[in-house]
Design a protein around this ligand. Structure first.
Ligand code: PZK
Length: 317
């Protein structure tokens, strides 16, 4: 029990910033407070990127929606693989409530684990150039955005700067240094994708592809980390209007992309600020994605997390 209730423990500014991505931050938590193992705080911001550039205008609640979706999927996939989530409330600094997660610190594997159920993006480019994706030959005559006969595991390397490089399974085995582990990672990735794609299909949302990051815990057990099955790590498309033969609109970012294209921006940094109607429309799409996929109001997430201080007090009684 804390000696002083609501003391401003773990204020964000006091924590060591370990990494800052385009749209989120990762902080170290101290090992000196009785924790059983090293822990991190991951905080999702409201920043949004299109064409790899971050816009100066935030989308209110975007970080909370992504965090809430990650937690939703962590809670529904624990029978497939353990995950790094420890808490969305206990130990999260007040200013990060709703957008912050306390997670187990892992030894991350040096590969990005992409699963594709539809042929789009760099997978479509690779298929057009070679008839294969990640070294996996595909039937001739596939159209852009078409559903694949079965989900494909198409790993990539983690590039520090610039774009991740597609690799085949054998290269992933070399990088990870353990074939059996890599086979488990592939099988697990496909199971996670398949579970999520079936669920979202029932909600009128196509999960075209997604990316997982795995790590090992102190016992060498495989753990899924990072964010899982969020719109930032996945391509979500509205099922309504889905039509192979061309690119599909993004469920969440399409207003921004449409506006950005019409604005005349050349898609090189710096990204332009966004007008209020694009911000409002995009926020509504993130909230709609959460509500369609989880079946609960987004406010329920806010009540569970941003009201956590009160919940702790009531729970302690
Ligand atoms: C880890 N990232 C990506 C970069 C971010 C996140 N559980 C973990 N243990 C150790 N390392 C990581 C994780 C996770 N998840 C995640 N890099 C390392 C990243 C920048 C900002 F918030």
């Amino acid at each position: 029990m804390p000696l002083v209730a609501s003391a401003h423990v773990n204020a964000l500014a006091d924590l060591p910033l370990l990494a800052s991505g385009k749209v989120r931050e990762m902080y170290a938590l101290s090992d000196s407070d009785g924790a059983a193992e090293p822990r991190l705080l991951m905080v999702a911001s409201d920043r949004i990127s299109t064409y790899d550039a971050v816009h100066p205008t935030p989308i209110p609640d975007k970080g909370k929606v992504l965090t809430a979706l990650s937690v939703f999927w962590f809670e529904r996939t624990g029978h497939i693989v353990a995950n790094h989530l420890l808490s969305a409330t206990d130990g999260v600094p007040e200013e990060a409530l709703g957008r912050g997660l306390i997670v187990r610190r892992l030894r991350m594997l040096p590969v990005e684990c992409v699963v594709r159920g539809y042929i789009t993006g760099s997978g479509w480019s690779d298929y057009q150039a070679s008839g294969a994706v990640s070294g996996i030959p595909l039937p001739a005559g596939l159209r852009e955005s078409e559903r694949l006969p079965e989900p494909l595991f198409t790993p990539s390397t983690k590039a520090d700067a610039g774009h991740d490089e597609a690799i085949d399974f054998e290269r992933a085995v070399e990088l990870v240094g353990d074939r059996e582990l890599m086979e488990l990672v592939r099988q697990t990735s496909i199971e996670l994708y398949s579970l999520a794609a079936e669920r979202t299909r029932e909600c009128g949302v196509i999960l075209a592809d997604t990316k997982f990051e795995f790590g090992l815990d102190g016992d060498g057990q495989l753990i899924v980390g990072d964010e899982v099955l969020t719109p930032d790590s996945s391509r979500y498309w509205p099922a309504d209007g889905f039509e192979p033969g061309h690119g599909q609109p993004s469920f969440d970012k399409q207003y921004v992309r449409d506006w950005a294209s019409a604005s005349g921006w050349d898609k090189r940094p710096p990204a332009p600020s966004l007008p209020p109607d694009v911000v409002t429309g995009t926020r509504a799409r993130y909230v709609e994605a959460y509500e369609r996929i989880t079946g609960e109001p987004f406010d329920a997430w806010l009540a569970r997390t941003t009201a956590a201080a009160g919940a702790d007090v009531r729970g302690a009684a």
